[in-house]
Design a protein around this ligand. Sequence first.
Ligand code: HEM
Length: 594
Amino acid sequence: MDIDTTFHVTWTTLSFVAVALALSVLRLYQLAIPKPIPGIPYNKTSKKLLGDVPAIVEHMAKTEGGTFVTYILKSMESLDSPLIQIFIRPFGKPHLVLGDYPEAYDILMRRREFDRSPTLGDLVKGLTPDLHIHLKTNDTWKAQRRLIQDLMTPSFLHNVAGPVLYQNLGLLIDLWRMKSHIANGRPWKAADDINQMALNGLTGFSFGEDFKHSAIKPALLAVQGMDEEALAIIRRKGPDEFVEFPKGQESTALRAIRELTETVGEVQGNPVPALTWAYVTRKPRIRKAIRIKEDCIEKELMNGVQRWEETSGRVIKSAVDQMIVREKRLAEKEGRTPNFFSRVMIDECGLKIFGFILAGHETTSTALNWTLKYLADYPSIQSELREALRRAFPTLGYSGRSPSINEITSTSIPYLDAVIEEILRCAGAIPVVDRVATADTELLGHHIPKGTVVTCLVTGPSLLSAAFDVEISRRSPTSQSDVKEGRHRSWDPAGISRFNPDRWIIRGNGNGDEIEFNPTAGPQLAFGLGTRGCYGKRLVYLEMRIFLTLILWNFELLPCPPAVSTYHAKLIASNEPTHTYVRLREISREKTIN
Ligand code: HEM
């Protein structure tokens, strides 16, 4: 071969390689750019490599309180459709967003071709790869749920969980009494206390009242120990200036658990969750936190087993105790010897316990933060609820003591139920509920390919803003029957976005005093729905019931300065208010309550 030929061959080869490379890049680009599902509206600017991601980032940067969810709500409004598609993962399928309660109800309650979507798993998989929360609804999921099925029964909640939550909330009341006395009408940040209290509520529920790590006790000691100089600084502050209190020393175990639950925020909305988890869980700080958390849970499980052996299972003080009893029953049923100290048992229980904390800590804390905001901003509702409590516990009116846990759990107070339901409706602590189509199907008249994720909005149209007008023929057959047979629930669009507990109340026709709580008055998606709806919701209702009763029995919540009274939220693991402050006036039981 002469030089010319060699040059020609090399040149030809290079040309081929270049063309192949260009074609591959083009193919990759074609694969990566969004492929919309025909007929479902989307933002035209999102049909690029990164889909909606740049617009989401811009929205969040430019909008006060802007989150992924406010972006979706805005898109749905501008596209004027109850079903839209967004593109958040290159190479991924479009992601559908549904803002229509009847179809969401249908998907969550009845349509078997929709199941738990991988998006929830993305949020927690790095910490709990096998947790039932993100499994499909299969035998493994059922087996995992069996071990914890007794924990939400009325008897467990009232006899075991209630007293622990009550004790924990009592500590918060003591702390806030001290703080309100020192602040003397000035506002202070309440979010950290609520967050710690919610964490203690779940560790108390899981391990019992003897669990030695408290987040509130160190705060109490720190405030008790404030010296004269620190108190004098507060006394010199103006009436609207914020007071800062010392926080106290957090225990290593609680810090580890808190740090781990916070990692979920790093994955929220992330386009490459698996990679992010691989990075996050390799950080030395997180590896150490995982070790501390596992040692702590294992020790508590061993204590539970020892307690079981000492009392032959007669004393149940925590979720761990109850799970040990359940394992014994399952072993009897399956004709095997229970092995409480087995690695499997310890891993299983430990996983469940950490699962409760992951699923319940931020969410409960967020719902309680919103509770404080609504109570302070709606003084007439606050007074009406306090009056309802006073009527429910007439003998305690001037006694100086708060209602006991038994009194709280055994007394029907319809207005309290209505306030709780309305807080949950408006707060949208978990603002979206996802499902994935496990087969090709239809939604609102559109063909939906298998594998498509459908996000149902919890605070969107028909829940917190006027519903879209949907032609009945576009609905699924079951949803059409609901409409035809009058089972379709809807809110009056006038005032739908207003915080108004009365929407859950039926007033009697008689003398006007008789009221009834109607839990099915209208659409509610705060806990999702159906088989995969929130496992912990009964615990949440119980905790909110105790919280509202004790807070309103002991304090009046006054409005806070406008700068911290906004309704802006930050979407970390849940939809938390950006600012939660309180300004409290202690209620003296010797005086008339209004
Ligand atoms: C205000 C507090 C809470 C809110 C707003 C909330 C909301 C939710 C929502 C929206 C879901 C998804 C439901 C669905 O896909 O249909 C869910 C699932 C779940 N929640 Fe909660 N939750 C709260 C507190 C808790 C607590 C305290 C626990 C545990 C004790 C808990 C345990 C779970 C579990 C285990 C699941 C997954 C259920 C499954 O897939 O089988 N949640 N929660």
